[in-house]
Ligand binder design. Structure first.
Ligand code: UFG
Length: 325
């Protein structure tokens, strides 16, 4: 059985769906601080906090866990700047708790949710895994510190891991069963779609003076189901005796904020009012992955390589969530 922490959240719930599809049994541990109970697609669910070691021990005692996928974390870069203590507590100490519970119960395979935020400002794009890791935010530092802990655990404890550095996770389950749902919503595509739906008055573009072709920020948007499939591949790699690895997950192509808006306009057929605002502090101009290592070594390939089909999945989910057209 696979333990998925944060399995009620956005990427976690989509990964649980792919694990079940691949025939795995799954138990989800989630405190529902950001996740949604109805997103838990496995019958095995424990509500609890990774900071609580007794809860973790209870889960490991109750279920025959063979590997852990660890999604439970706080995920906002600006929030981590305002309140770093919380980020170190949940993302660093919480993860350490999970690792120690694994060690106590003899579980040795770990798939970790890392982030492009570990790179900081890119010195070159697309970004390969060997790019220096100089995170600019407490959030990025927590992800990088965990990767360093993992490397030490591997050397000392016959423990193996895959760390997956996500670029911009986007889109929703193509079947519409689950989807992207953050409160508050901070991510570009759902915000643009909420504007299209009339739930927000306009999109504020954070910066139009970047050194990019149209002056707006460029990101690599990877469909959440493609991310989820990569997690299953990573697990299978570890189960087959594969070595510990770090992989970028992106499509290897960037879209600017204006390009994202245009695609959203076309897909929704709605008007999207815009205001041009200042840069958001800490945002790099361009973040695009070089995902070739994951392609080469795990045989993983994203299926959503164009933005329009990705946005269509996000739009379908948004219409369902708000129950209107
Ligand atoms: N943007 C806007 N207006 C908005 C929201 C976003 O112009 O209302 C722009 C941002 O400035 C950026 C792009 O849209 O250029 C994407 O922004 P998101 O907030 O959707 O995503 P980020 O690239 O900021 O964040 C992502 C992940 C984080 C991760 C970070 C790494 O969501 O978890 O990349 O820097 F840490």
């Amino acid at each position: 059985m696979i333990l998925v922490t944060g399995g009620a959240g956005y990427i976690g719930s989509h990964t649980v769906k792919e694990l079940l599809r691949a025939g795995y049994e799954v138990v989800v541990l989630d405190d529902l601080s950001a996740g949604h109970r109805e997103f838990v697609l496995t019958p095995h669910f424990v509500r609890g906090d990774i900071r609580d070691r007794a809860t973790l021990d209870g889960v490991f005692r109750r279920y025959p866990i063979t590997a852990v996928m660890h999604f439970a974390a706080l995920t906002s870069v600006p929030e981590s700047v305002e309140d770093p203590a919380r980020y170190y507590e949940v993302n660093l100490l919480g993860t350490w708790n999970v690792l120690e519970a694994m060690r106590a119960h003899g579980v040795k395979l770990f798939v970790f949710s890392s982030s492009a935020a570990v790179y900081g400002d890119p010195q070159k794009v697309p970004i390969p895994e060997e790019h220096p890791a100089q995170p600019k935010s407490p959030y990025g530092r927590t992800k990088r510190m965990v990767e360093e802990i993992l490397a030490d655990y591997e050397k000392a404890y016959a423990f193996r891991y895959v760390s997956l550095r996500y670029f911009n996770a986007a889109g929703s389950d193509p079947e519409g069963e689950i989807g992207e749902w953050h409160e508050p919503e901070r991510h570009l595509i759902p915000i643009v779609l909420e504007v299209a739906l009339g739930k927000r008055p306009y999109l504020e573009i954070f910066g139009t003076d970047y050194e990019t072709p149209d002056g707006t920020g460029v990101r690599d948007y990877i469909h959440v189901t493609d991310l989820a499939r990569a997690h299953v591949r990573a697990l299978q790699h570890l189960e087959a005796g594969g070595e510990s690895r770090v992989y970028n997950l992106g499509i290897g192509r960037g879209y600017s904020v204006r390009e994202v808006m245009e695609v959203c306009r076309r897909v929704t057929g709605r008007d999207i009012p815009v205001r041009e605002g200042p840069r958001r502090p800490g945002d790099p101009a361009v973040l695009v992955a070089d995902p070739s290592r994951a392609l080469r070594e795990m045989g993983w390939q994203p299926r959503f390589t164009e933005l329009a089909p990705l946005v269509e999945t996000a739009w379908r989910w948004m219409l369902k969530k708000f129950g209107s057209a």
